[in-house]
Design a protein around this ligand. Structure first.
Ligand code: ARG
Length: 592
């Protein structure tokens, strides 16, 4: 019996069969071979296509077709493979048996969409969003928030235990000037909550004073020292400033539906840093350099600054303390950092140093820096407002809402939907589009922010997918089938046949979800999930155009015939799309 809590990944199962066959056929060459298997682009190439024979042929000095034949000879059919065929220069075309695919789809209908198997259940920490107190939360943090939230959702879907941490920049010398400025501006801050409405302006004001007023500067330095000593009044002032920022950040998270994000900023690691430095010192890992103490992580060209010449700690020190705390105190065995690519060198250094210090064993714990490129404006220059200022996230989200409203009105939806439905649709479209535009591009590249493109309902966009989803999920309703009746149908008789080529194509596409999630688990490149969802909507349309699900009387509109297995295929499609959109953090609506 197949485990009910996991979906089978056809790709993984076939790869395992092929791997075994290649090993059996070419024991000498096969140890290094990675199975090359893709789902076939054309029906005549079978369902999956393996291209290993071509590269292996060079290694073993034989004709590729001969090599393919030798692999096929050793290939165990298992319960998945119907037949194989050698084609062209040496491709192995594999056709699947229909029965296991039908059974898996029926399991999906009855037990829901489940993740593919994972090697073990892990304790994952995803570090994302991580804006800086009193500074603008900018589009870079927005990217980190969107990608990080999705990565965390993916890990939860896989069945891991996930702790999502917001590593906010809430410590550092800049707090000296902020505290000093707060004390001057709002002398009764201790008893009356100061109305710092605009923290960025507050930050700028204090910076101006810091740069121009020597006396103020001295008081700012004194404030840092007193904060580090944890003096109650400086700590209280620091807290007030953090709270004001926190409120701003929270507004963005609420709108985007980001939940379960625990704030644990740099300040949390203050006491641990002394310990870490001591440990690194006694391990002989630190070397003096012009008054500083630095560490050379193996394989890195740039050292980490662990202690500054004034004895203070740095961003490097706090991340060293954090990685150690996460591995030991939190017993995490998968650490994910969703931070822009610009910090790649920093994380490479931290990971390497953690290994050298003996905290990180790559055979046990996995670490990933999930980097991403910068956000560009439509002019392909750094994303800015017309007047050249950095774009405030609230303004950006507001514009999204406005534009989504206009889009829905353009389609006359404002007259069809109730006010509540319209509001839900507007938010789903606005936030869905902003997220999807980000997630559907390879995160390693810079990406161009364009409301026009993301709100286009014809291409690979959230609007298109949201429409497709509402349409597909409403099909069972038009056949007058309630969710209960659908479930009954799924249990018996279930999907019984898949004879039409478009039914078969759709069925295989749906099961690819497990393959796609499996791949995501390796590379954390979410755009492949977006591509998959878009493809699924297209394959569904191909199916729906030619395969009648419900046959109605032309004149009376009365339902004459319901092709139940096709309705079930629609239902399975809706379930897969919903599961995918859930991982992306995109809310669906029933009507839009
Ligand atoms: N606050 C930092 C920034 O805005 C990002 C922190 C990322 N996380 C970390 N553990 N270093 O650049």
């Amino acid at each position: 019996a197949k485990p009910l809590d996991r979906m089978i990944s056809v790709q993984a199962a076939l790869s395992a069969h092929l791997q075994a066959a290649i090993r059996a056929a070419y024991p000498e060459a096969a140890t290094v071979v990675k199975v090359q298997l893709t789902s076939s682009a054309k029906e005549e190439f079978g369902d999956y296509q393996c291209s290993n024979a071509m590269s292996l042929a060079k290694a073993v000095k034989l004709q590729p077709r001969q090599v393919a034949a030798a692999i096929v000879d050793k290939l165990e059919a298992g319960d998945l493979i119907e037949k194989t065929e050698i084609a062209g220069p040496g491709f192995i075309n594999i056709s699947l048996r229909r029965q296991p695919v039908i059974e898996e789809l029926n399991r999906l209908l009855v037990h829901g969409v489940r993740p593919p198997p994972v090697d073990r259940k892990r304790r994952v920490i995803v570090d994302y969003s991580s804006p800086n107190i009193a500074k603008q939360m900018h589009v870079g943090h927005l990217r980190s928030t969107i990608i990080g939230d999705s990565v965390a959702r993916l890990c939860r879907f896989l069945g891991h235990e996930v702790l999502a941490l917001n590593h906010v920049g809430d410590w550092g010398t800049q707090f000296g000037m902020l505290i000093a400025h707060l004390k001057d501006r709002f002398p009764d801050y201790a008893t009356k909550c100061p109305p710092i409405g605009d923290l960025q302006a507050f930050y700028k004001e204090s910076k101006v004073r810091f740069d121009s007023d020597e006396q103020f500067k001295q008081r700012a330095y004194a404030a840092v020292v007193s904060l580090q000593r944890r003096d109650p009044d400086s700590t209280a002032a620091w807290k007030l400033i953090c709270d004001a920022s926190r409120k701003d950040f929270q507004r963005v998270y609420d709108r985007l539906g980001v939940e379960n994000l625990v704030e644990r900023g740099e300040s949390f690691y203050q006491d641990l840093m002394t310990e870490v430095v001591d440990e690194l010192k006694s391990g002989g890992h630190l070397v003096p350099d012009e008054g500083r103490l630095i560490m050379w992580p193996p394989g890195c060209d740039i050292p980490l600054t662990v202690v500054k010449s004034d004895g203070g700690f740095t961003y490097d020190t706090s991340d060293l303390a954090a990685i150690r705390q996460r591995l030991f105190a939190e017993s995490a065995d998968w650490l994910i950092y969703v931070v822009d690519i610009g910090q790649g060198v920093h994380f490479k250094g931290i990971f390497s140093a953690a290994e050298k210090a003996g905290w990180l064993n790559p055979a046990v714990a996995r670490v990933d820096h999930v980097g991403f490129g910068v956000v560009l404006g439509e002019d392909r220059k750094k994303f800015k407002t017309r007047s050249g200022d950095t774009v405030r996230l609230t303004d950006l989200l507001n514009e999204g809402i406005e534009r989504a409203g206009a889009k829905l009105a353009e389609k006359g939806r404002d007259k069809e939907l109730t006010p509540q439905e319209l509001k839900a649709a507007q938010e789903a479209v606005a936030y869905g589009c902003i997220k999807y535009a980000d997630l559907s591009h390879n995160r390693n590249n810079d990406y161009v922010f364009s409301f026009d493109k993301m709100l286009d309902d014809r291409g690979n966009t959230a609007v298109y997918l949201l429409y497709a989803y509402t349409r597909i999920s409403s099909i069972a309703r038009t056949a007058n089938l309630s969710p209960d009746q659908l479930l009954k149908l799924a249990k018996s008789p279930g999907i019984t046949e898949l004879q039409h080529p478009k039914e078969w194509k759709l069925a295989k596409q749906l099961l690819r979800f497990a393959d796609v999630v499996d791949k995501l688990t390796q590379d954390l490149l979410l755009h492949s999930l977006c591509d998959f969802l878009y493809e699924t909507a297209c394959v569904f349309t191909e199916f729906y155009d030619v395969c009648y699900c419900i046959e109605k009387n032309r004149d009376s509109g009365e339902v004459i015939r319901v092709n139940h297995w096709r309705i079930l295929l629609c239902d399975a499609t809706a379930k897969i799309m919903k599961a995918g959109l859930d991982i992306l953090g995109i809310r669906t609506v029933d009507r839009m």
